[in-house]
Ligand binder design. Structure first.
Ligand SMILES: Cc1ncc(COP(=O)(O)O)c(C=O)c1O
Length: 380
């Protein structure tokens, strides 16, 4: 019998797919959204059903600005934000408005694999830059910049997908200086910034918006629910003005005014803060469970760093191992992961794999790793 698909995922029954980086259904905030919808729709105000302000509903931006300012430790104003339909849509819009087909963009190696798809859709020429345990190796950039300037550099500064590294504070500052000196944009995908399980990351790249070269992407996908399709760009006001005047927003008005109205209530009623704390506790416990299971069951030849936030463990295998080739055995064992090559701009990283702890409860994570033990048993 055919089943009707409603979500993006289609995991066969019985499989533990540790490649999936989505929140588990049990963590989706149904009750909070119901409360917020009742609150918002009982007001004598139909504006959320009209074409929206191009930059996004001003009341929603005010609530979001206050929420972000509280977390970032630096003030954020409503006019520093433009509302998007999520970070992916924000990134697509940035490609449309700040690059031309054939332009060069710099990414981290590894990088978020689906950002690579978006850049390919725009005909951009993608060059990968080296990273280490402190994130992008910013000190290697100036030599390259002298030769070739990208239209923009795409970075995931906090709790990187897939490597979970966080860009050191000194490198953030240096990167901003370089972007001003050589006149290129930094597109900072900061969707995991608020999801720390130990120490908070350094202040976000959004805090450098006044430099005029930063476009910081944020999203409710990781802190509330991806089905909302709601996010924001924080940037200098002149840049946001440029975006607000684009054809898409001129024709259709601001993005997702209805959802923005509901999420405004989520924030104003304190439900966003409650949910964020709930997520941090749940993901923090899953992170610990997956880390313990990996240490217990995997051969010591597979190494990894403990992620301080975000969703991922990035496993390094011995040289010569191709994790893509191990996937068919993983499928036979009813377990999944994402092979490293997916995250490479140049078919590299074959000896890496990404595991996510966002979708499964701790007991299922343990089952998944026990199955991986069989897949990886011959590695030394
Ligand atoms: C680094 C990064 N950026 C963007 C996204 C997608 O965000 P959104 O749902 O807001 O489009 C993800 C989701 O996995 C991600 O990991």
């Amino acid at each position: 019998m055919n089943t009707i698909q409603t979500t993006q995922l289609n995991i066969p029954p019985g499989v533990v797919d540790l490649g999936v980086g989505h929140p588990s259904p049990s963590l989706l905030p149904r009750a909070a959204m119901r409360t917020a919808a009742e609150h918002r729709l009982s007001q004598n105000d139909a504006s959320l059903l009209a074409y929206g302000n191009e930059q996004g509903d001003g009341y929603f931006r005010a609530a979001l600005a206050q929420f972000l300012g509280g977390h970032y430790g630096t003030p954020v104003g409503p006019d520093d934000l433009l509302i998007t339909a999520g970070a992916s849509q924000g990134l697509d819009l940035v490609c449309t408005l700040f690059a031309q087909p054939g332009d060069t963009v710099w990414v981290e190696e590894p990088t978020y694999f689906l950002a690579l798809r978006i850049f390919a859709d725009h005909g951009l020429n993608i060059i990968g830059l080296p990273m280490d345990a402190e994130g992008l190796m910013v000190e290697t950039l100036e030599d390259r910049l002298v030769q070739l300037k990208p239209s923009f550099l795409y970075t995931i500064p906090a709790f990187h997908n897939p490597s979970s590294t966080t860009l050191a504070a000194s490198r953030r500052k240096r990167l901003v200086d370089l972007s001003q000196k050589y006149n290129f944009f930094i597109v900072a995908d900061e969707v995991y910034h608020l999801l720390n399980y130990t120490a908070a990351p350094p202040p976000p790249m959004a805090g450098y918006a006044e430099a005029g070269t930063i476009l910081s992407l944020g999203s409710f996908s990781k802190i509330l629910a991806p089905g909302l399709r709601l996010g924001w760009i924080q940037a200098q006001r002149t840049l946001l003005g440029r975006i607000a005047q684009c054809g898409l927003l001129d024709s259709g008005g601001g993005l997702n005014p209805f959802t923005s109205g509901l999420v405004r209530s989520v924030i104003e009623l304190g439900l966003q803060q409650d949910h964020l704390e709930h997520l941090k506790a749940a993901y923090g416990a899953r992170r610990q469970a997956l880390g313990e299971a990996l240490r217990r069951h995997l051969p010591p030849a597979i190494t990894f760093a403990e992620p301080g936030g975000g969703f991922f463990f990035w496993l390094k295998f011995p040289d010569g191992v191709d994790t893509q080739a191990l996937l068919s055995e993983a499928r036979r064992q009813n377990v999944g992961f994402l092979p490293g090559a997916k995250f490479s701009s140049r078919q590299g990283l074959q000896n890496y794999a990404r595991l996510s702890f966002s979708y499964y409860e701790t007991a299922e994570l343990e089952i998944g790793v026990r199955r991986l033990r069989h897949v990886f048993r011959d590695l030394r």
